[in-house]
Design a protein around this ligand. Sequence first.
Ligand code: ADP
Ligand code: MG
Length: 243
Amino acid sequence: MTAKLSLRGVRKRFDDHEVCKGIDLDVAEGEMVCLIGASGSGKSTLLRCMNLLEPIDDGEIWLDGKDISEPGLDPQPVRQRIGIVFQSYNLFPHMTAAENVMLAPRRVRGLSRDDLRPRVTQLFTRFGLGDRMEHYPDQLSGGQQQRVAIIRALAMEPQIMLFDEITSALDPELVGEVLDVLRDLRKQGMTMVLATHEMGFARELADKVCFLDAGRILEQGPPEVLFSQPHEPRTKAFLSRVL
Ligand code: ADP
Ligand code: MG
């Protein structure tokens, strides 16, 4: 089986600080992979490398059997195929939720509002925001804003979605509604990579969990193995702090 997304020996450094130290990772079609690890272990950087927001220093990234990390390649088409959602939702405050969602598809894909309206309406409805499309961000809760940010990424019709700690800034009572969106996406077969502190969620839904430690995937496996029988002392220590 060839993976949808493959990383081979990916290295990334900022000045003389190497943050990704030779990452090998395969993500199969429809799989949910969770990255866990302490703050500073390199989860966000790795996600940003995956959709070419950060150029890598060494190694290769393959998407659907093509090397997308070759120097000089235009990253824009790759970023359309691999969506990313961050902890801070960064919606434009002067635009309605629907306008925020339609902005990139209009600009990048050249679609009109009329082209986009049916699909965008369908996305808002699917994620429980059918009556919030004309609201401005400050009229929405954090959980609703984060769902709009996810819809914004989905509106580009990506093949893979990356999520970087998307519930970390939310009040605890709003986390569930955002995790429900991920559950829904997983059920629909979306290929996803998440950096998360939600260990219960990772345990419940991940196909594979990777423990990052100082820029390396120290250990990876199905959640029932990694959480119950971690091999590495550092994985054990991390899990004993967070579980
Ligand atoms: P995590 O998401 O696991 O907390 P990050 O990928 O954000 O880890 O950060 C890993 C390391 O890389 C940290 O030491 C961080 O300070 C450093 N780092 C991240 N982004 C940059 C950047 N743009 N410039 C310099 N150092 C960075
Ligand atoms: Mg991070």
